[in-house]
Design a protein around this ligand. Structure first.
Ligand SMILES: Cc1ncc(COP(=O)(O)O)c(C=O)c1O
Length: 348
């Protein structure tokens, strides 16, 4: 794998203006865009058979395994977070007690809430109380590593320690984390992430890493041909033959989306998450300093500035408003010039 310095990597993006909305969706690096066009042209012309379009899903699975520090056999691929987490939620015991932060994104929360008909209870607590609320009667804790609604990075050490002490099943949504936050987190039972934000991939490609200690307890409710050890051998008839690995939780991939995802993850690995992390947080903190805010450990910055959304819109700067507050997100393609320009526009 050829290393890539950030300055060099930045040549791989061409945002139309200042783009500060990676927490909504990330921008594809050129190799991801190019690989997608090639696959689309092959599709349009019917130039190839289809089997090799499964290959990039395998490359992406291996990249994700490295990014989250688990063996590739523990990684499943799917279309989005809620589909993958839904398998886990549908498999926890009747009457289980689930603890979730009260600002949690619904793709992690609703899959547990819909289990209420079988006695599953979901208790919502403020994110900063999550670790201290993990008590002996809690069976599952489900939370985002980085909250989309606040940008807050969860206290992973405290949550992992409390969960380990009480044998609690941990389910992490790392959609707002993997790609910028070093997240080699084999200590959590399940880590699910959609790749279209910080992994700068198209929508429709997601991963779930699941520890061997939990694999047997989760039913692959969505199993089809892709849940077999070798999907090309599980086209027809019984008996049921599921993969021994987490592949049993796979569903058949949206081929072309995975072509781009594999190429985007390759760029992330070549640049290195530690480097991206340092870059993103430094930009976020420069922006915070310009607004008179204390530094933080997040690539996502929330702030309250009157008419902020209108000012940015008029200047062609893309950001988001969540919960009435301005949300900017800082990623590998952003620069000091983006910080300066955004501060100029906001503080004018
Ligand atoms: C933390 C988090 N998880 C998941 C998603 C997307 O959910 P899904 O993959 O179910 O579309 C988002 C989108 O904003 C998110 O912020």
């Amino acid at each position: 794998m050829e290393p890539l310095a950030i300055a060099e990597a930045q040549q791989l993006w061409a945002p139309a203006g200042t783009y500060l909305n990676t927490a909504s969706y990330g921008l594809p690096p050129q190799p991801a865009w190019d690989a997608l066009q090639v696959a689309l042209a092959d599709w349009q012309g019917g130039r190839t058979s289809w089997e090799h379009w499964g290959g990039p899903g395998e490359d992406a699975r291996a990249s994700f395994a490295r990014l989250v520090g688990v063996p590739v056999e523990q990684v499943a691929i799917g279309p989005n977070v809620s589909t993958l987490v839904g398998l886990v939620a549908a498999s926890i015991p009747d009457g289980a007690h689930v603890l979730v932060p009260d600002v949690e994104f619904t793709s992690l929360l609703f899959p547990f809430m819909v289990q209420e008909h079988r006695g599953v209870t979901v208790r919502l607590v403020p994110p900063d109380q999550l670790a201290s609320e993990i008590e002996p009667h809690v069976d599952v804790v489900a939370f985002s590593a980085v909250q989309m609604a606040t940008g807050e990075v969860a206290d992973l050490d405290a949550i992992a320690a409390a969960a380990a002490e009480h044998g609690v099943f941990t389910v992490v949504d790392a959609t707002q984390a993997v790609g910028w936050l070093p997240f080699a987190e084999a200590r959590f039972d399940v880590v699910a992430a959609h790749a279209y934000k910080w992994m700068m991939s198209p929508r429709g490609t997601a991963f779930m890493a699941i520890g061997p200690q939990r694999m047997e307890a989760v039913v692959p409710h969505t199993a089809g041909w892709y849940a077999g050890e070798d999907p090309l051998q599980t086209f027809f008839g019984g008996p049921l033959r599921l993969a021994a690995s987490a592949r049993r939780f796979d569903t058949s991939p949206a081929w072309f989306m995975w072509v781009a995802t594999a190429a985007a993850l390759d760029v992330i690995e070549r640049v290195g998450v530690d480097e991206i992390h340092a870059h993103d947080v430094a930009l976020a903190n420069r922006f915070r300093a310009g607004l008179g805010l204390e530094p933080s450990n997040s690539a996502i910055v929330f702030c309250d500035i009157a008419d902020a959304a209108d000012k940015l819109e008029r200047a062609g700067i893309r950001a988001a408003v969540r919960g009435g507050r301005l949300r900017t997100s800082w990623h590998v393609y952003n620069t000091d010039a983006d910080v300066a320009r955004t501060l100029d526009v906001l503080l004018a």
